[in-house]
Every structure is written in C-alpha cells, then in structure tokens.
Design a protein around this ligand. Sequence first.
Ligand code: ADP
Ligand code: GLC
Length: 498
Amino acid sequence: MKNTPPLKIMFIASEAAPYAKSGGLGDVVGALPLFLQKMKLDVRIALPNYSGVSEKAEKLSGKKVEQLNIVPSVEMGINGTSRFGVLRTCLPDSTVPVYLIDHQYYFNRKGLYGEIPDAEYGDNGERFLFFSKSVFSLCKEINFQPDIIHAHDWHTGPVAMFLNHYRTYDSFFKSTKSLFTIHNMQYQGNFPAETFSLTGLGNHSFSEQNGEHFGSFNFLKSGIRNASRVNTVSEGYAREICTPQFGYGLDRELLLRGNTFSGIRNGIDSQEWDPEHDKLIPFNFDSANLAGKANNKTALQKKFNLPVDPKIPLFGIVTRLAEQKGIDVLASALPEMLKWEMQFVLLGTGESWAEKYFPVLADRMPEKCSVKIGYDEPTAHLIEAGCDFYIMPSRFEPCGLNQMYSLRYGTVPIVRATGGLDDSVENFNEAQGTGTGFKFTDLTKDALINTVGWALYTWYNAFEEYSAMQKRGMALDNSWPNSAAKYLQLYRAALEDV
Ligand code: ADP
Ligand code: GLC
C-alpha cells in the first residue's frame, strides 16, 4: 500500500495550556493537537512568547527551549518591517512542536491582553495583526508547508485574509487552506479603520470582505469571510450565533457561510482532568469508590474555612467573572439561596464590581459562603473534586468545559440550557431515572433559585437519585478523540474545496 504523507496542520492561537491560558481557548489549543497527532497528523502550534512562557516550558520539559537560528520578519504596513525570533518547545510529554513567536515589545508584558484581567492594551490590534502575519514567515523559514492553517478566535481572524492574499502569488501557500474556529462571538477584535494600514494590503483593500464593519476593522469578520471553513465549539452555539440574539452583529455573516459553517463540541483533556490520577487534588477517586471524593470535600471545606460537614451540600463555581457567565444573576440570587442549608464556594477573577461583591457577601455569611478572588489551578481542581454541585448560569456559552469536568468528577452540574451547556448536560427526570444534571431556561434570579431548590430537594429527599445521577455523569465519555475525528473530517472537506 502506498504511504500518503501526513496532513500538515499549523495551529495559530493566542493561548495554549499550560503555557498561556485565560480560559477554555487555552485548554482546547493545548489538548486538541495531541489527539490530532495520535491520528497521525503532523500538527504544530504557533503561540506568542509572552513573558514567562519559555521559563515555564523549560520547567515542564526539564530542557532548555531551543532558539531557532532564523530571523523571520513581518511587513507591518506604514510601520515598516518587524523582525522576530522563534523559540521551539513541545507540548508536555509529547512531540507536538510549539513555536514561540518572540517579539519583546509586543509580547514581553505583564498580561496576555492587558495589565489586569478586565483591561485591554491600547495596541492589541497591532499586536495580533503582527502575530497573525508572523505565521507565514515562520512556515517558510522552517520549511513547513501546511495543508491547513487552523486559526482561533479574533486574535487570529486576519490569518485567512493574509493567506488568500499570499496564495495569489506565493506558490509556497498555493494549496494551503484555512479553518477558523470561533470560541466566542462576543469578543470580535473591533479596531479603528487606521489599524488596517498595518496589514500592508493597501487602503484600497479595506473592504467588507477583509473585515470592514461599520467603518471599523473587525478581525472576527475578516476570519469569517475569508477562511475556507468556519466552525464553533458546539452544535447548539452554532445554531444560536446565526440569530441576532447571540450573533453580536455578525449572525448574517455566518448565515451566508451556509454549510461551510458548523459546530464541533470541545472534548476535555481526560488526562489533565482525571479524578483517578489528578495530581492536583489530595485524594484520588473513581465512580466505584467515592471515599476520596468525600475526603476532597472535607479538604475543600477546610481550605475555604467553611464548617466541615459531609451532609451539607456544597455548591461551587470556577469562572471568569464576566457578563457572559451570568454572574450578575448569580449575585442577585445568592443571598436568598443561602438561606437554605447549603454551602457555596467561588473562585474567579474579572469584572471589578464582582471582585468586590462576592467577598463582601462571604464576609456576611461566613458559615455558608466563601470566595477566593484569583487564578489558581490547584484550587480549581479541588473545587471540581470536592463539590457536590457545580453552578453555571451562563448568559451564553459557546461550549463550556467546567460542566464536563464536573460530570467526570461526580459533581452534578446545574446549568442554564444554552449553547454547549445545553448540548452536554441532560436534564434530570426523576420519573424515568434519567439525566446528568439540572437545567433551567430563563436567565432570571427566580429560575436559578428554583433550580437550586430542586437540586437541594433531591439531595435531602432522594439521595439515591442524586447518587445515580452522579454515576451517570461519571460514566460519560467527553474526551477528545470523537471531536478530534470531526476536525479531521473538516480539514479534509476544506482541502476538497476548490
Ligand atoms: P471560558 O473559556 O469562557 O472562560 P470554559 O468553561 O471553556 O470557559 O473554560 C474555563 C477554563 O478556565 C477552565 O479550565 C477553568 O477551570 C479555567 N478557569 C477559569 N477561571 C479560573 C480561575 N480563577 N482559576 C483557575 N482556573 C480558572
Ligand atoms: C470560550 C468560550 C467557552 C469555550 C472555550 C473553549 O472561551 O467562552 O464556552 O468552552 O472558549 O472553546
């Protein structure tokens, strides 16, 4: 049999766990390539060399990151030529290459997108335009001729536009196709028209096709218009963002893509998030033996200074404190919810009102509620492992990973029926003995309170139903291989396009 060469895929993204992560984008870019490689694809990742990334890579691999002996450059329109360096490492315990785009001025800063989680650097348009363009000189310098460039979210929206431009005259990219994955429609990278002059494509090219949107340069629109294929991270969200309610002004753009736009639900990294082997939690466990889970609950109650009591149901959330996550609704519902016999823990960072509100509430009700403002992975794992219920009242949710981590850790999710939450959690049906969590539809304080009340009722009056639901959740397989196979199909479909 003739050996066909492996498909060559270049990922380009602004986050990849464990090096740089502010949310689920990092989890996905740090995991999906591992599974594509298992399917024999030659997959590589381009990531900005943010401050601290190379040190982290060295610590994880126990080796020095390799400084490549190349000096690629990018034409930044009126700003002229920008040279950069490239460092090379591999995703932990793998041979998936990660190329760190090393530009001191753009990336050696305190934050990924701003100094604090809620702020943006004033030159983010320029920074990510540079990054989007850098992938082309990178590919040429390392002589990697990709079949597909797989770009993620607004930061790399312009990649497909540049590709379509280069393809017209540069034979190196003649057969390269692109996939643009939207992880969130709300963040579009909308910059003043002047930013377009940095593309080097000439102001005459500033058209809707290239991302012009009501006079601004919209990176997301540029990706949607130009990529060979576009997808988002669940089927439910793919349907929702074709409507004005969820499309943030770009729903029509997606409708116009017809069947070249689709949804593929994220998987979870079942090695990183595995209650049986998780190194970040004090007690490992599985569905056949939940004693470890009970010990984690005690550890969590102690860590959060709550009364240690196995019988009180413990609810938790780990989240960006952002409007998307419905934290305003949670904030208004909590004082009433907490009148019941329950405990609640929160870990998060984000909007400044929320960073103040939740700790004040915890101070008022220290027996029931405890909050940590910060970004802390071991605590995130302990919350997944030690809680009895996980709350996710999202206003919208492209996929959501925490509800899937919760299912795996026997922590019954309570979710709003939207996007990926609706797709991944099946509502409890006591009569039929089915379901993996509790769902509500209206994003109101009352709907959330009633659903938490329903969960509490089940815990106190039908504990065997709760336990059965917990086991059904733990038995689900939400790991990456299924979804990775769908990405492979999508790459193949893109390559067949003329
Ligand atoms: P989003 O990407 O919209 O924030 P996801 O559910 O897809 O939502 O992914 C969030 C990821 O970020 C999860 O891995 C979650 O555990 C992690 N995370 C969010 N906030 C924190 C935090 N404060 N500390 C540790 N991990 C966090
Ligand atoms: C985004 C979405 C989240 C999704 C993640 C990974 O940050 O908000 O729902 O799970 O991307 O795709």
